[in-house]
Each structure stands twice: as C-alpha cells, then as structure tokens.
Design a protein around this ligand. Structure first.
Ligand code: NAD
Length: 463
C-alpha cells in the first residue's frame, strides 16, 4: 500500500466516523453547505470564468449560461425545497394490516464518491454535490484532470467554503480514480465515458455499491421538412446553437448527427451556412464565441474523423482547423458513409454529419438500429411522427423543436438508458438519487385477523 492509498484509507475512515456522528443529517448542516456553495460561486465567479477560458476557451457568457447560472438556479431550488424533500411521506397499507400506518422516510446513503468529467467541469461536479449534500451525505469529489485549471480551482478553494470533515475534493487522473474505487462507498456517481463506466461498475460490484452512470453516445436530431421559412430558421438556429454554441460540441447531449429528407437537405445546408456566419462571422477563428477543443489528443481524434479517406468528400462547409490554438471550425458533412468512424463513434466536437433519408419516418428505424441515445431531438409539426418518436424509440429523453434545454429543467430527470447510462438527477431527482426511502410501518397491538396464523386448513383459504 503506497502513501496516497494509506492516507486515503485514513481519510475515508475519518469521513465515515463523521457521517456516523449524524452531523450531515441535520437540516442546518445541509443548509450551511448549500449556502457555502452559493458563496463559492459568488466570490469565485471571475476566477471560474478565467479557468473555463483557460481550459476550454469558453466565453464568460457561455460559462455563465452553462455553469454558474445553472448551479445558482439548482442551489436556489435545493434551499427553497429542502424541508419538503426531507420530510417523510405517509402511505396506505392494505386492509390486512388493520389499525396501522406507514410512511416513507428519506435517509442519506452515507459516503458518496463523485467522479466527473471535463466538458462542464463545474456543473458536472457541483450539480451531483448539491444533491448529495441536500440528501445529507458525506462526499468525495474527483474532478477531471483534463481541465486542470478548473480542477485546481475546485481543489484549492472549494474546501474553504465547505465542511472539510464531511466533503473532500481530490485532484488526479485515472490512477487516483482507481485508488478511490478500491475504497468502499455507499454510492458512486460517475460522469464520463462508457469505457470507464464499465470499470466503475466492476469496482462497485465488489462492495455491492449502487452506481449512477451518466455516459454519452450519439444523440440524433430529426429535422422534418418544415415548409414555412420562420420555423425552418428557428429549427436550424437551435440545432446550430446546440451543436456549436455549447463547448464546441463537446457535450454529451449535443446533436451528434442530423437526419433529414433527401429533398430537404440542400435547403438545410444553405440555411445553416447563413446562420453559422451570423453567429461566428466570416472568420470563426477570430470569434470569441467558439470554445476550444480540450487538448491535443481530442483535437487529433477529431482531425482523424475529418481526414478519413471515406469522409473527406462529404464535407460541405468548414473543415479548417488550427492545432496550436486547438480550434476547429464549425463543420457540416452530408452523407458520410455510415460505416465511417464519424458515424459509429460519438463525435464530441463541432462536426455535424447530415444523413439524408427517403422519408423522415425512416428516422425511427435508423435510430432504433443503433445504441439507445441519451437524447433524441425532433423538429416537426407532425403529430403522428411525434407520437411514434415517443412510443417507438428508446432514449434518456426526447425533446421536440429544441435541443439541450432538458438539461436546464429541474422538473424532469436527466439521465441515460442502455449504453448512455442509468440513474437520474437534477432537482428533486438528485435528492432521490442520493437517498434511500426507508419503509416504516406501524401497527397497533389491538385486533388481528385470526385466519392469518396457523394451523392451516381449507376453511381459512376459502374465507
Ligand atoms: P473519461 O471516462 O475518460 O473520464 C471521466 C472521469 O473518470 C475523469 O475524472 C477521469 O479522471 C476518471 N477516470 C478515467 N479513468 C479512470 C479509471 N481507470 N478509474 C477511475 N476513474 C477514471 O471521460 P471522457 O471520455 O473524457 O468524457 C467524455 C465522455 O463523457 C463522453 O462520452 C460524454 O458523452 C460523456 N459525458 C456524459 C455526460 C452526462 O451527463 N451524461 C456529461 C459529460 C460527458
């Protein structure tokens, strides 16, 4: 056992003792930690914008919309509804349990491990933390090493705002992640790739630890042949905003590819060109609104997708890139071969393949012949298509006529299905994810149905 592992074991033991003291279960403790997070966001806002620019080239307005603003909203909600979330709920028991009452009492799970990723380094770390704290747990958070300035800010400053006996932030990469997984946790909340998700599951199996896996995949958008100019423009604008306007497409619920009817595709491409220019100007490289690719490895991965011999000829817009500044231009491709890597692996970058279909209804089979996505987006006025999209496909969520907005909502659960993950969070769903609803039943000593006890005979069955 090396020094880090020994220290870690000691720290986890101390955290477990702290949890057993009952401190984290107190409503006052939960409130004070949530308020600590609020103060952290307020006092460190400028620093947060700075490190997001440094690691990901995010403009501060984008950083506010996607990270700070979102977290502020979640904290306000948790503080407002905490009492309601914590209260028990009465339920009915069957008549056989005469003179009885029952309730569901939410109890914290204990010690939570949160491992997060780099594309939204604050929101993907702190959103689960809000839920875990609201539910009264101790937490170890490990942000991703791939956004190092963001990770350092969390490690160096967040503890000043929180109870460091019960909440710790640990910096490190896969080796640290592996050591953390050796410990026994009461729940693991993981955001990242399916590859590491599988490792999380096998580590969790050792201690029968429940896990939530927030993974990724290829989220399709279906664009019906809209006939008016205003709805076409709204739809295309929203698709472009979702694809290029949030972390340069490095988003788990970004539009990965677009399905349109063959006859409609040139209209869509022309409109996209106009609207991309409106957002990023004639020279997007000079624009401050284009986030950067996280690192050279991912830049080269995306470059390989585009320079693939099979794919090169399908580029109809964009395609320029600059390795030094990790810039990739918003790019559109039409009908790259379905067996090419760009159509078999999650893109996670500003490249948008458009796949043309004979009729838009074929999109259902297209989607169903691939792994279940985290989200499906469909832009249509067609009520029959909408109904079929909901009832005949399977995905974490379905959004009509927009994209990414489901992440912002507290009232709907966020999470995947199949290869896009399992478990859900946001709003009250986060509280539930980190709680056990303990069933409490009470009976009076008075009265019993005599036929529920032995000796057994036919008469008791016939009653
Ligand atoms: P990754 O799986 O490589 O890393 C995620 C985290 O796991 C990091 O903190 C990393 O240090 C840690 N890790 C890596 N190897 C580990 C190991 N062996 N043991 C323990 N921990 C380990 O993530 P990535 O590939 O950089 O992230 C991109 C993926 O995340 C994409 O697939 C994307 O769709 C997905 N994602 C999902 C969501 C969501 O909310 N569903 C959000 C963002 C990203």
């Amino acid at each position: 056992m090396d020094k880090f592992e020994k220290n870690l074991e000691r720290e986890v033991t101390a955290m477990r003792e702290c949890y057993r003291s009952g401190k984290t279960k107190q409503e006052s403790w939960r409130r004070s930690q949530l308020k600590g997070l609020q103060t952290f966001l307020k006092e460190k806002e400028v620093e947060i914008f700075r490190v997001l620019k440094q690691d990901l080239g995010k403009h501060y307005v984008e950083a506010f919309r996607d990270e700070v603003g979102l977290l502020r909203k979640s904290l306000n909600l948790a503080l407002k509804d905490l009492k309601k979330w914590m209260s028990s709920r009465e339920v009915k028991l069957p008549i056989i349990a005469l003179l009885s009452s029952a309730e569901l009492v939410p109890e914290p799970l204990g010690l939570i491990l949160v491992i997060s990723t780099w594309n939204f380094p604050f929101v993907l770390s702190l959103e689960p933390l809000i839920g875990a704290i609201a539910a009264g747990n101790g937490v170890v958070l490990k942000p991703s090493e791939l956004a190092p300035a963001c990770s350092s800010l969390l490690v160096n400053f967040l503890p000043n705002y929180l109870d460091s006996e019960a909440i710790k932030v640990i910096e490190g990469g896969p080796a640290v992640g592996e050591q953390l997984l050796q410990q026994k946790w009461d729940k693991i909340f993981f955001t990242g790739s399916a590859r590491v998700g599988r490792m999380i599951m096998s580590a969790a199996a050792k201690h029968l630890t429940p896990a939530t896996l927030e993974l990724g995949g290829k989220c399709p958008a279906v664009l019906d042949s809209l006939s008016w100019s205003w709805d076409k423009e709204v739809a295309v604008n929203r698709i472009i905003g979702a694809k290029y306007g949030s972390c340069a497409g490095q988003v788990c619920i970004s539009v990965d590819y677009l399905l349109v009817e063959k006859t409609f595709s040139s209209t869509v491409v022309e409109l996209m060109k106009v609207l991309i220019k409106k957002m990023y100007g004639d020279n997007p490289r000079e624009s401050h609104s284009v986030a950067r690719i996280i690192n050279k490895h991912h830049f080269l991965r995306l470059k390989n997708l585009l320079t693939d011999q099979m794919v090169k000829d399908s580029i109809v817009y964009g395609g320029s890139m600059d390795e030094d500044s990790l810039f990739i231009e918003p790019t559109i491709l039409v009908d790259p071969p379905l067996q090419s890597t760009i159509m078999t692996e999650e893109i996670f970058g500003p490249l948008l393949p458009i796949i043309t279909l004979d009729k838009i209804e074929d999109s259902i089979d297209f989607i169903n012949s691939r792994p279940k996505p985290l989200a499906i987006y469909a832009f249509t006025h067609n009520e029959v298509l909408r109904k079929r999209m909901v009832s005949e496909t399977s995905s974490g969520s379905v959004v009509f006529n927009d994209a990414i907005i489901q992440f912002v909502a507290d009232t709907i659960p966020f999470g995947g299905i199949g290869e896009s993950g399992f478990g859900k969070y946001h709003g009250k769903f986060s509280f539930d994810t980190f709680s056990h609803y303990k069933a409490i039943a009470r009976r009076s000593f008075l009265t019993d149905f005599w036929f529920r006890f032995p000796p057994w005979n036919n008469y008791k069955l016939e009653l």
